[in-house]
Write a protein that binds this ligand. Structure first.
Ligand SMILES: [Zn+2]
Length: 187
């Protein structure tokens, strides 16, 4: 077992655990839908627990590729980013500060893998950590913002949270203000 850190093929976060507890071997095409590819090397990729959990049984193949009896081995066979047939940087980029993973303009593969692996959870988690220290009731607001997938809004919200250094009452007011300026109230 190497002690070098590895990065998840989907979210690009470091997998620091040395004991293998948080490493997952992802079956890119899930073994539940295609058991014939369970041990095929190009179908196996190192990923983090969170991405593996989110991905579940989502099948990234295109409809055309689903009919193939052999492992689909070109980029066009996949509707989502494939760790061996696509370049991560061509389809995605990550804002190091907010941890938002954003699709490159026009990349449907990037957008699809963000959805399949719920990659916005990284930013949600970061916002949660900030908010835990400030005003826990607002966590729900961030969760709802994440669902909208509106990158600019989420970025703005997280930036506002990070730069805030007042009391919890002031924070709650700020959160409400940011929130209501971007989303219609549901009550
Ligand atoms: Zn990951």
């Amino acid at each position: 077992m190497t002690e070098e850190s590895q990065r998840c093929v989907y979210c690009r976060e470091e997998i620091l655990d040395k004991h293998g507890m948080h490493w997952n071997i992802d079956h890119v095409v899930p073994k539940s839908v295609a058991p014939e590819f369970t041990f095929f090397p190009l179908n196996l990729a190192l990923c983090c627990w969170g991405c593996n959990q989110a991905k579940g049984t989502s099948d990234p193949r295109t409809k055309r590729a689903l009919k193939k009896p052999i492992y689909p081995s070109v980029s066009q066979d996949y509707r989502a980013y494939h760790p061996y047939f696509d370049e991560w940087d061509e389809h995605l980029y990550k804002d190091a500060e907010s941890k938002l993973v954003i699709p490159r303009p026009g990349s449907t593969k990037g957008a699809t893998i963000i959805e399949i692996c719920n990659l916005q959870r990284l930013a949600a988690r970061k916002a949660e950590l900030i908010m835990n220290a400030k005003e826990s009731r607002s966590i729900e607001r961030v969760r709802e913002l994440m669902k909208t997938g509106d990158v600019k809004t989420i970025e703005g919200f997280i930036q506002a949270l990070e730069s805030f250094s007042g009391s919890t009452d002031e924070f709650a007011a700020l959160a409400r203000q940011i929130y209501s300026s971007h989303l219609a109230p549901d009550d």
